[in-house]
Design a protein around this ligand. Structure first.
Ligand SMILES: [Zn+2]
Length: 301
């Protein structure tokens, strides 16, 4: 049930199997993804229409989103955000319990900077299309690996956040519930002079971001809901994720093994699985999701 770092950007399929990796997370940051061309190829157009029909007729839809959905809201991936002074660090030097224990100011400042960067980000048409999908589908569950809160900002009322929230902080001694970080806790322009985390008001232990770090368990309730929704769905929509982050990476294939059709929306199909029930829709989330949902429920136009 723990996050685990894998430095390879494209592990062999045999290491990503659901049987061995269920509940155990291995994080690899998605590479930068170029936006899709505005026009659709004929093949993609046909595939999109077919996928829309499946979506329209499905009873239970489960959606899994990743960094590609946030990219066009201007939110860089974890790795892409490692610029300037931060480029010297590897993810596990900033996103592990050990890193926080050895240098809490560095880790706190990194997350505070990221939080400041996303605080004023706006949802994009992909987020909005998913809100519409949730309203039109008889039963839809949204699972996300993103920690930026943009699904909620778009109006999604029930989001299963597998990796926690960048916008919340909590006591590192777990004495009290997480809470939304006030803007005063953000850090700006102080990369070389990291700020120590403020103390928990109740017990004095340092506060920490309410995200899941490498080596930490995923929130059990979120993981359980994700699995249930994966087993129950007849269409699984994977959007903007390279599907290399365990356990989320296994969910689409778990759905396929239970008879669901898996729609994969991503600019690159590298590393994605293929099969008779897997429909690749190659393009960015903002280019394809609004079209997909509008074709499924044309009243959206
Ligand atoms: Zn506390």
């Amino acid at each position: 049930m723990q996050l685990r770092v894998v430095m390879s950007s494209n592990p062999p399929a045999s290491t990503r199997g659901a049987a061995t990796d269920a509940g155990r997370a291995r994080l690899v940051t998605m590479p930068a993804t170029p936006a899709a061309a505005p026009g659709l190829s004929k093949d993609l157009d046909v595939a999109l229409t077919s996928a829309a029909a499946m979506l329209r007729s499905s009873e239970v839809v489960t959606v899994l989103t990743g960094a590609g959905v946030s990219a066009e809201s201007g939110i860089p991936t974890f790795r892409d955000a490692l610029t300037g002074w931060w480029a010297r660090f590897r993810p596990e030097e900033l996103a592990t319990p050990e890193a926080f224990a050895s240098d809490p100011a560095r880790v706190w400042s990194w997350y505070a900077l990221r939080r400041a960067a996303v605080r004023h980000a706006q949802p994009n048409p992909a987020h909005e299309a998913l809100v519409w999908l949730a309203r039109k589908s008889p039963r839809c569950t949204l699972l996300t690996q993103n920690v930026d809160g943009l699904h909620e900002a778009a109006g999604h009322e029930d989001v299963v956040s597998l990796h926690g929230s960048l916008m919340r902080v909590r006591c590192s001694a777990d004495c009290s519930p997480a809470f939304v970080a006030p803007e005063s806790m953000d850090v700006s322009g102080s990369e070389q002079a990291p700020t120590s985390p403020p103390p928990c008001a109740a017990c004095g232990a340092p506060l920490r971001p309410d995200v899941v770090w490498f080596g930490e368990p995923l929130p059990s309730e979120a993981l359980e809901r994700a699995r249930s929704a994966t087993f129950a769905c007849d269409v699984f929509l994977s959007v903007g994720t390279s599907n290399m982050v365990e356990p989320a990476a296994s969910l689409p294939w778990l759905a396929a093994s239970h008879g669901a059709t898996v729609l994969v929306v991503n600019p690159s199909m590298a590393g994605q699985r293929t099969g008779p029930s897997i429909v690749p829709l190659t393009g960015s989330a903002t280019a394809l999701l609004p079209r997909l949902v509008a074709r499924a429920w044309p009243a959206r136009r």
